[in-house]
Design a protein around this ligand. Structure first.
Ligand SMILES: C[S@@+](CC[C@H](N)C(=O)[O-])C[C@H]1O[C@@H](n2cnc3c(N)ncnc32)[C@H](O)[C@@H]1O
Ligand SMILES: [Zn+2]
Length: 269
């Protein structure tokens, strides 16, 4: 917990019976599921920011079924076994956070997401992994101490460069996972009349891209349930009308998953 800081006054926290308290007596109670809500109301841009419960549930079902296992394995292989503190930014319902915690049982693992429903789901299913702390917070204003993290992982989520720079240790590693050009290409062809290029890999201010790994694999989905979950968790499928959705759901999907993992190091400034 020494890695945490108060989102209001930035001082360190002590644990008490209810949860966390800082030197200026700002108190944040532990929720019944076990997460801490450290998102100040003024940083909420809507009543329920982030992904919805339905999107989070769909994501959980799809990921738990193992469809993205090769990505999960590659990520773990890039994380040093000696890492003591790891942050999963925009961690959703916590699939990669749990994998990190099981892989590094002696490290402190932090899962941050702005969606309260995600943190509730994640905390509920991590009871056997006491090394995870789940925080409702924004990636743009992290309730974490300066230079407190050995590794930051960001899978398909946004963040702010200056916060990455602030929170990562000088010799820390930043992993940013983005979709590659072939990601769900067959599904995109079914949805769009014309395939637009995806966003290129982001430059991260004051970081240097050291390595880039492509992780691509076949995605064959023959059952209705995972196909429905994929549509529910995929932003570009949300705008589909029911008729088009039904058409996609009526046949199996032979597609590709394609991800790019960028490994960044800090440039000393
Ligand atoms: C595509 S999901 C990826 C979830 C997770 N990384 C995974 O791969 O399963 C993006 C996540 O980013 C979260 N998110 C969006 N904006 C955020 C912000 N400003 N701060 C923290 N999380 C955010 C959403 O709530 C959502 O859970
Ligand atoms: Zn405080």
């Amino acid at each position: 917990m020494k890695e945490l800081r108060c989102p209001i006054c930035h001082s360190a926290f002590q644990e008490n019976l209810q949860g966390l308290v800082c030197a200026n007596r700002h108190q944040f109670d532990r929720s019944k599921e076990g997460y801490f809500n450290l998102l100040p109301v003024q940083n909420k841009n809507s009543l329920t920011p982030g992904d919805t419960k339905e999107q989070l549930k769909a994501r959980r079902e799809f990921l738990q079924a193992g469809f993205f296992n090769p990505l999960h394995s590659k990520i773990l292989s890039l994380i040093d076994a000696s890492s003591k503190s790891v942050l999963d930014l925009g961690c959703g319902e916590g699939y990669f956070t749990r994998a990190l915690a099981a892989h590094l049982p002696y490290a402190e693992i932090y899962g941050v997401d702005i969606a309260k429903a995600g943190m509730a789901m994640a905390a509920r299913s991590a009871k056997s992994l006491p090394n995870i702390t789940h925080l409702v917070a924004s990636n743009f204003d992290l309730p974490l101490q300066d230079q407190s993290m050995d590794v930051i992982l960001r899978v398909l989520a946004p963040s702010k460069d200056s916060e990455l720079q602030r929170v990562l240790k000088p010799d820390g590693k930043l992993l940013i996972v983005i979709p590659g050009e072939q990601h769900l290409i067959e599904l995109r062809k079914k949805i769009y009349p014309e395939i637009r290029p995806l966003q290129p890999r982001p430059e991260v201010e004051n970081f240097m891209l050291k390595d880039e790994y492509n992780v691509s694999f076949k995605l064959e989905i023959n059952d209705l349930n995972p196909l429905q979950s994929l549509l529910d968790m995929t932003p570009f499928a949300w705008k589909l009308n029911q008729q088009k959705k039904d058409l996609i759901l009526s046949s199996q999907l032979n597609d590709s998953a394609d991800f790019s993992i960028g490994v960044y190091e800090k440039i000393s400034i």
